[in-house]
Write a new protein. Structure first.
Length: 204
């Protein structure tokens, strides 16, 4: 089938996930030191920005990927739904990590949960590239030569989050810093890659 409905569904899920992230931001009730109370909630703001940037980069990359797909089969739809499953889940570990980051007895569990969800999201995106490499008839001819490079670039994400998840077992703040660095890396490195137009039928 054509990809328009799949892209519309994906755009909707991404938009909802990005919107739901804001629900984890706390609102102090009856505060008499509002400025100080707001500053004390910095883990929530940091986690919000990290997750927002990460989901936004995944959306940009997915949009570019789908621009190079001529048609979708059942497996591609299922893999895309798997990706969206984890995209929709991201607000939950974001709030969990922000809530428990400063709790020395519980922050490792929260950071591990965050890392696992992000790793699964990144891994499911890589699985889409792997399927396109196998089902060669789905991609535009201009895209097919670029798929091996795209797979290698895409594999960076799950690798970083796997390392972060393991690091969280030792130090949740260090894992949090790695997740933040990963978001910055993906945002900055993505700006150096030219995204093709739909008429080119390819992506990087």
């Amino acid at each position: 089938m054509r990809t328009e409905r799949l892209q519309t569904l994906a755009d909707g899920i991404f938009a909802i996930a990005l919107t739901l992230l804001v629900l984890s931001l706390p609102v102090p009730k009856g505060s008499h030191r509002l400025a100080r109370d707001l500053l004390e909630q910095w883990p929530f703001y940091a986690a919000y920005v990290i997750s927002f940037v990460t989901i936004a980069i995944v959306w940009i990359n997915h949009h570019a990927l789908m621009d190079g797909v001529a048609r979708a089969d059942r497996t591609l739809m299922e893999l895309t739904l798997l990706l969206l499953l984890f995209v929709a889940l991201v607000p939950w570990p974001t709030g969990l990590l922000a809530e428990y980051l400063r709790d020395g007895s519980q922050n490792s569990a929260a950071a591990v949960a965050y890392g696992i969800v992000m790793m699964l999201m990144a891994g499911s995106f890589t699985s889409i590239w792997l399927w396109l490499a196998r089902a060669e008839d789905l991609a535009h001819p201009e895209l097919r030569p670029r798929i091996p490079v795209a797979i290698r670039r895409s594999a960076v994400g799950p690798t970083i989050y796997a390392v972060g998840t393991l690091l969280a077992l030792l130090s949740a703040p260090a894992a949090f810093a790695l997740f933040a660095a990963a978001a910055g890396y993906f945002a900055l490195s993505g700006r150096t890659v030219r995204l093709p137009t739909a008429t080119e039928g390819a992506t990087t």
